[in-house]
Design a protein around this ligand. Structure first.
Ligand SMILES: Nc1nc2c(ncn2[C@@H]2O[C@H](COP(=O)(O)OP(=O)(O)OP(=O)(O)O)[C@@H](O)[C@H]2O)c(=O)[nH]1
Ligand SMILES: [Mg+2]
Ligand SMILES: [Zn+2]
Length: 321
């Protein structure tokens, strides 16, 4: 691939071919959003543009006409959540990898399971990144997590002693764009700094009592990395509502999906049906009841979402990957 002035923010052959459809436009990538403006990187430098006609997200590729936003390039992936009021929000666009930051000192397995569903639904590949594994007790936490999560990819990291960082750097090569998803205080920003090798992102203390963060990061930012890829740091998210597709739940709970293929009835609800392989696995002790419980909670929540949304009576289908 020829060198391009936007290589450091993820320029690729795929992006180049998208811009082939927009002759005469200047390509740019959104690297930050703040109060009605977007910070974009263009081949000749950075620029702040007003957002009037377009709703853009960090990671979007946009076409400029005279320093004005003229087009939004079609996205190949988008990480979305439903806010507390049910409004859909795009957290990041055109990401290839979703890094789910799970702090070893304050880990919620059900939260990670939900984040995996949301990540699969984006169209990008999820990787669970356990942070702070330098802390005592982390080994047991990682073991519990990997035992619970079926086939998910898990990387153990520490921004203090540097473990796992090379594995992350190997993943974050040009032109990969990754986004950091996780609760406040998980160590997302410090991880960005550790991979960068200098302190660019602000890092905040966690509260002594419950190890929760103080919402230090307040804006989403795409950071070019020395390893060639780009990493989007995000504010910690409190509530991660979702209307993910049935396929995304199946991908995140592949172990339960595999069991379900053995149920006597194809439409088994894994409740009181005879010949249910899923409840049989729970009874036999081969499926963690807590994992089955999070699966059922997510399924119920998604069924609710589909019922409430009058425009979407059918379950949402997964985007082609
Ligand atoms: N022991 C240890 N502490 C860490 C590690 N990474 C981060 N921390 C600490 O965890 C706290 C939170 O780190 P941040 O990087 O600010 O967390 P964040 O996920 O960016 O939080 P928000 O910006 O609020 O969403 C800070 O006190 C960090 O020093 C680690 O690898 N080991
Ligand atoms: Mg942060
Ligand atoms: Zn069943």
């Amino acid at each position: 691939m020829d060198n391009h002035a936007l290589d450091h923010v993820g320029w690729s052959e795929r992006v180049a071919s998208l811009f082939d459809q927009l002759p005469g436009r200047v390509p740019a990538r959104v690297v930050g959003i703040e109060r009605g403006t977007a910070r974009v990187v263009t081949p000749t430098g950075e620029l702040t543009v007003r957002l009037t006609d377009f709703a853009v997200a960090v990671g979007d590729w946009v076409a400029l006409d005279d320093d004005r936003l003229a087009d939004l390039v079609p996205r190949w992936s988008q990480l979305e959540r439903l806010g507390p009021e049910g409004a859909r929000q795009t957290l990041a666009a055109n990401v290839d990898v979703v890094l789910i930051a799970a702090p070893a000192d304050h880990l919620s397995l059900t939260r990670v399971e939900r984040e995996l569903v949301v990540a699969w639904d984006s169209g990008a590949r999820p990787v669970v990144v356990v942070t702070k594994t330098d802390l005592p007790g982390a080994t047991a936490v990682v073991e519990e997590l990997t035992a619970r999560l079926g086939a998910a990819d898990v990387i153990s990291t520490s921004s203090v002693d540097g473990r796992g960082l090379d594995e992350l750097r190997a993943l974050l090569q040009r032109p990969v764009t990754a986004v950091l998803l996780g609760p406040s205080g998980a160590g997302k920003s410090r991880l960005v700094n550790a991979i960068l090798g200098h302190d660019r992102q602000a890092v905040g203390e966690v509260r002594e009592g419950d190890r929760r963060g103080r919402h230090t990061t307040t804006t989403r930012q795409l950071v070019p990395l020395p390893s060639g890829g780009s990493l989007i740091d995000m504010p910690g998210i409190r509530s991660l509502g979702t209307d993910a597709s049935v396929e995304s739940v199946a991908a995140a709970f592949d172990d339960i999906e595999t069991l379900a293929e053995e149920c006597r009835f194809a439409d088994c609800a894994h409740d009181l049906e005879p010949g249910c392989a899923v409840t049989a696995a729970v009874a036999a002790g081969t499926l963690d009841p807590a994992r089955f419980d999070s699966y059922r909670k997510l399924e119920r929540e998604l069924a609710q979402e589909r019922r409430h949304d009058p425009k979407a009576p059918e379950p949402k289908r997964a985007r082609p990957r």
